[in-house]
Design a protein. Structure first.
Length: 151
């Protein structure tokens, strides 16, 4: 019985984490819309200069040229859609729905190859932590799915 309770707490912890990601995505959407394309463009150029990257050529300049009202609105809409998925997943995990464990497990597992690649390219505490968090989420939800199958 203790294992089932531990799994329930772990799954609810993942639910809270997913809800927090959804809230962060909503905050990003609101900030992007509130700032608007001009302020975002100025901020992007300032970041490029601070990183000693070209503001005239390369990927940074290419992205800067695409900061328009339409693209800012699209980015906000994508962030809201992402937040909606995170909230739906969080609700399902909180209520111990099997589909939510599948959604979360697959969703986190998709990031693992990219996490490993990032760790190889930029080894460090942050990239290792991101990989570890995603592995932990996959492990918790995989265990939950296995427990459901045995029940």
């Amino acid at each position: 019985m203790r294992g089932a309770t531990g799994t329930a707490h772990a799954v609810r912890s993942v639910a809270v984490f997913e809800a927090a990601k959804g809230m962060l995505a909503l905050a990003v959407a609101a900030a992007v819309l509130a700032l608007g394309p001009e302020a975002l463009s100025r901020g992007w150029h300032a970041l490029l200069r601070a990183l000693h990257l070209s503001t005239d050529r390369g990927a940074g300049a290419w992205l800067a040229e695409r900061i328009t009202l339409d693209n800012v609105s699209l980015a906000a809409a994508i962030a809201v859609a992402y937040a909606s998925i995170r909230f739906i997943e969080a609700w399902g995990l909180w209520h111990r729905r099997r589909w939510a464990s599948w959604l979360g497990c697959i969703g986190a597992a998709i990031y693992l190859p990219f996490d490993v690649h990032a760790l190889v390219q930029m080894p460090g505490a942050i990239t290792l932590s991101i990989l570890g968090i995603n592995l932990l989420i996959v492990g918790i939800l995989w265990h939950d799915l296995h427990r459901h199958r045995l029940a």
